[in-house]
Write a protein that binds this ligand. Structure first.
Ligand SMILES: *[C@@H]1O[C@H](CO)[C@@H](O)[C@H](O)[C@H]1NC(C)=O
Ligand SMILES: *[C@@H]1O[C@H](CO)[C@@H](O)[C@H](O)[C@H]1NC(C)=O
Ligand SMILES: *[C@@H]1O[C@H](CO)[C@@H](O)[C@H](O)[C@H]1NC(C)=O
Ligand SMILES: *[C@@H]1O[C@H](CO)[C@@H](O)[C@H](O)[C@H]1NC(C)=O
Length: 258
């Protein structure tokens, strides 16, 4: 319906060849763009409308009621959503299901004040997106949203074997059991235990008295290395996506002009 009037226009008053070429070029471009928007509208994996909503993801996954309640009461859920919307580093969440919370020693959660509950949840959040394969190359300890990764505070270490990823906090060990959600920006992994940070659940202060260790200074610089590594990986992925998009556009333009 677009082509027809243009065809008559050309027939009625044949423009000079150079002008006609230009006209044809714009016509082709227009059709290609139309084609493009139509194709992407039909694509089977539409991006979720609006910003990512961690609560919606966990609700859909089911069996995360305790975690959902905590994310809401501490407002860490909102923090995650805002941070996801504003950062290009992405995020990773370790999500313990309801049975992991019910397996805790009774009174464990009630022993924490509000600020400690926030820290417990933030300990389950990494300020970078990590795919399962990226866990094989991160440096220990990981930096979590809870803060200081040094011993006695909030260290979280990873051990991997193939695609199996284990986490250790110095208090308990957890296995990454399942990928609940991943979109290249946010990864949500099911873990079989609540991750208990040393700072909140470790031995009482006198037992953890500062023993100057050679390992502690380099480990904090390791922690600074890991987000940089992850971000360069994810920006590689972004540029791949961009290249692909341009390749598709180029193919469409060529195809439409034939
Ligand atoms: C996120 O999802 C939850 C659960 O579906 C909903 O209650 C909440 O209003 C949503 N938040 C936003 C900002 O859309
Ligand atoms: C997400 O970010 C955009 C652009 O920075 C901003 O306009 C929008 O208000 C943000 N939305 C939320 C829910 O934070
Ligand atoms: C992870 O933990 C499980 C259960 O504790 C153990 O069987 C497995 O060997 C561990 N794997 C790695 C890579 O540490
Ligand atoms: C975590 O790894 C660091 C660096 O390898 C090590 O110094 C620290 O003891 C480990 N902590 C735990 C709890 O495994």
């Amino acid at each position: 319906m677009v082509i027809l009037p243009i065809f008559y226009l050309i027939k009625a008053r044949p423009p000079p060849p150079a002008k006609m070429k230009q006209l044809l070029f714009y016509c082709t471009l227009f059709v290609a763009i139309l084609h493009c928007t139509k194709t992407s509208a039909q694509s089977p994996a539409p991006a979720p409308a609006g910003p990512t909503n961690i609560s919606a993801i966990l609700e859909k996954a089911g069996q995360y009621n305790t975690l959902l309640k905590l994310l809401s009461s501490t407002q860490v859920g909102d923090q995650i959503n805002t941070q996801l919307n504003n950062s290009n580093q992405g995020m990773t969440l370790f999500a313990p299901p309801d049975n992991a919370f019910s397996n805790l020693k009774s009174g464990t959660l009630n022993s924490l004040n509000d600020q400690e509950k926030v820290a417990l949840l933030q300990f389950h959040v990494l300020p970078t997106f990590l795919s399962i394969s990226q866990f094989q190359t991160v440096s220990n300890p990981l930096r979590t949203q809870a803060g200081d990764a040094s011993n006695g505070e909030f260290p979280l270490n990873v051990t991997t074997s193939g695609n199996q990823v284990n986490l250790t906090t110095g208090v308990d060990d957890a296995v990454v059991a399942n990928t609940i959600y991943t979109d290249g920006q946010l990864a949500v992994y099911q873990v079989d235990k609540v991750l208990l940070p040393l700072n909140l659940f470790g031995p009482p202060a006198p037992a953890a008295a500062p023993k100057p260790e050679k390992g502690s200074a380099p480990s904090s610089s390791d922690a600074k290395d890991s987000p940089a590594k992850a971000s360069s990986d994810s920006s590689d992925a972004m540029s791949l996506i961009r290249i692909n998009a341009w390749a598709i556009l180029a193919v469409l333009i060529v195809a439409c002009s034939l």
